[in-house]
Design a protein. Structure first.
Length: 316
C-alpha cells in the first residue's frame, strides 16, 4: 500500500502519515468543513470529483452574504480559495473505495491510498433531469429556464408561467409549493397515472387552481420560452420549468463503510453529523432533502467541530 504525502500548511506529512480527516466531496459543505478543520490546525485532504451540483447555479440570491447574488462556480472558487488559504489540500480526484483500517479509514482514488482517523462524506446528490429535445438540460439550467430548487429560486419565478415536470404525485406537491410564488402553475406528469396521489393532495391542487396537463411527450427550450408537447399533441409555452424527478444521494462509499441509510436513501446522522459508524460523518445534500447552501455550511461547521473534539488533542 502506498500512502501519499501531502503538505499540511506548515508541515509535510510523508509516506505512511495518518491524516486527521479526509473530506470526500468538494461542494459548499466539503470545502467549508475543510476550512474549519484547518483553522483547528487539523491535517485534511479534500477530494473533489468536480460533480458538485452547485456548479450549475447560474446565480443564487439566497446565499447568505451575497445580497447581489453569486454564481455557483464563483462561490465554489471562493470556498476553495478560503480552504487552500488555511493550508487544506484539495485534489481533483474520485474516491473509489472506503474501508476500515486499524487506526482509522483507508480511501483509495485509483493509484493511491489515503489514510485518516476520520472521514467526512460530503458526496451530495445527483439531480434527475427530464428528457429534453435537442439537449441535455445543462444550458437550460444555466439560462434559468430549467430549475431544480423552488426553495432556492422560487422568488425569481414570481408571477411567471411555471410548469412542473415529474411523477404526478411529486409534481403536484411541488406545484402546490410553487403556487405561493405565482398564480400560473401547471403540472406536466411524466406518466399518466393518479395512483400515487393522495386525495388530500388532489383537493389541495384543485383549491389552488393548479392545472394538470396530459403526460409529457416532448420538452424543449428555445429563446426565452419553454415548450411542452403533451401526450395528446397539445402545445404549451411556459416561462420556466421545474424538474420534480428526484435527486438520489451519492451513497456508494457510505454503503461500503457500513453506514446506515434512511428510508429515502439519505445518510442518517445524529445532531453532531455523526453517522452510525464511528469516525464517519456526513454533511450536506446527502443527509437532507433541504438542499440548501446555508444548510451545507451549518452541517460543515457542526461536523468539523465534532470531528476535532473526537480526535486526539495536539497541544501547541
Amino acid at each position: 500500500m502506498r500512502v501519499a504525502g501531502v503538505r499540511d500548511g506548515m508541515a509535510t506529512l510523508g509516506a505512511g502519515a495518518l491524516l486527521d480527516c479526509l473530506v470526500i466531496g468538494g461542494g459548499p459543505a466539503g470545502l467549508t468543513a475543510a476550512t474549519y478543520l484547518r483553522r483547528f490546525h487539523r491535517s485534511v485532504v479534500v477530494f473533489d470529483d468536480g460533480q458538485s451540483r452547485a456548479r450549475w447555479i447560474p446565480e443564487s440570491h439566497n446565499c447568505p452574504g451575497f445580497p447581489l447574488g453569486v454564481s455557483g462556480p464563483e462561490l465554489l472558487a471562493r470556498l476553495r480559495q478560503q480552504a487552500i488559504g488555511y493550508g487544506a489540500t484539495i485534489l481533483s480526484s474520485t474516491i473509489q473505495s472506503l474501508e476500515r483500517a486499524e487506526d482509522g479509514w483507508d480511501a483509495r482514488d485509483g493509484s493511491t491510498t489515503w489514510r485518516a482517523r476520520t472521514v467526512i462524506l460530503a458526496t451530495g446528490v445527483v439531480d434527475e433531469l427530464p428528457e429534453i429535445d435537442g439537449g441535455d438540460g445543462v444550458d437550460a439550467i444555466r439560462a434559468g429556464q430549467l430549475r431544480l430548487c423552488a426553495i432556492c429560486d422560487g422568488y425569481e419565478a414570481t408571477d411567471r408561467s411555471i410548469a412542473v415536470v415529474g411523477p404526478l404525485g411529486k409534481a403536484i406537491a411541488h406545484a402546490c409549493f410553487l403556487r405561493g410564488f405565482s398564480p400560473r402553475v401547471a403540472v406536466v406528469p411524466t406518466a399518466s397515472t393518479s395512483s400515487d396521489v393522495p386525495a388530500t393532495l388532489s383537493s389541495r391542487a384543485d383549491a389552488l387552481s393548479i392545472q394538470v396537463l396530459p403526460a409529457l411527450r416532448e420538452l424543449s427550450f428555445e429563446g426565452d420560452s419553454c415548450h411542452v408537447i403533451d401526450a395528446e399533441g397539445n402545445r404549451h409555452a411556459f416561462d420556466t420549468v421545474y424538474a420534480a424527478l428526484g435527486a438520489p444521494g451519492r451513497v456508494n462509499l457510505a454503503r461500503q463503510a457500513g453506514v446506515a441509510l434512511g428510508a429515502n436513501g439519505e445518510i442518517r446522522t445524529d445532531d453532531h453529523m455523526r453517522t452510525s459508524v464511528e469516525g464517519v460523518y456526513a454533511i450536506g445534500d446527502v443527509v437532507t432533502d433541504l438542499n440548501q447552501i446555508a444548510v451545507a455550511f451549518g452541517h460543515a461547521a457542526i461536523a468539523a467541530t465534532a470531528a476535532h473534539r473526537a480526535l486526539p488533542q495536539q497541544p501547541r
